[in-house]
Ligand binder design. Sequence first.
Ligand SMILES: [Zn+2]
Length: 361
Amino acid sequence: MSVPHTCLHCAVPPYMLHELARRGSDRQREWALRTLAADATIRQARAVNAKERGSSPREGADALAAVTSTTPKPNRIIRDGQSAWELTGLPRLRSEGEGPTGDPAVDEAYDGLGDTWTFWWEVFSRESIDDENMPLRGVVHFGEEFDNAFWDGRRMVFGDGDGELFLRFTRSLDVIGHELAHGVIEDEAGLEYWGQSGALNEHVADVAGSLVRQYKLGQDAAAADWLIGADLRGDEFDGDALRSMKAPGTAYDDAALGKDPQPRHWKDYVRTWDDNGGVHINSGIPNHAFYLLATNLGGTAWGRPGRIWFETLRHPRLRKTATMRQFAQLTHQVARRRYGASSAEAGAVLQAWEDVGVKWP
Ligand SMILES: [Zn+2]
């Protein structure tokens, strides 16, 4: 059986699953191959959804909503994947405003989508992913022992995990925040999912995922763990999380999953054809810069640092093919304009990028 290519916007990066297919037990290899096979199918579906969304009026963009001034509310719909590999014709398990069902996957998905919606609204006055209050759809119990979660351009899909290495994917709020952020990034910047711009796409999604969790927990930058996916580790998983923004390259070191390959400095940038040119790998460099900025400035990371990053994401001069240096320069420019050329904020942005080896004349 050949191992298919990478999954776009999946929580577990392809290289972890490739390692599992290579080094794992027979059972683990089976989980990995099944997940990789499903991921390849998902990638195609996602491309179709993105196209459709671009050419037709957006769902949830109610014309009346624009002229009334009521406070917007999320619109969540959670469906049952019924352990199958299908995403259509699925029964509803919980809709907006309905109470808990008692099924933790359903209720965690509902709450996680709600927490993510609240973050975007309260922090950035953004109504859902597209700023037109697009409904937040979730599918739980997708596939069998599916070791992933993903955003397919239309909905967030969660596997139940294998129970040993990975638990159900609804457990991790930062992963939910990360996946939904891909929708925001697509909408605002369309950063191409390859090489440096792809690593920036992954980076902004990690920032958003971590901020959603920090905001929910009311943590400032110093108190946060800066981990992605800590809550979905099973007993067999040797490590802290999928990724660490605080210490990229140290998140895990596991007999079956291999070792965290993320660099934290530009000098260690990984040139590879795998993982769309290392999008989940080299995101470690800007991730660490953001962590340094947030902890050096102090306070809440969704405050000044988050504001600078979100403005950069929306900046008309941010190109789809931006390099890390171009992105970094733009964050500095935004910080200077917003807080002043000689402000602590602008200085801290420059210092953070310099500390990870991203410099400009
Ligand atoms: Zn991602």
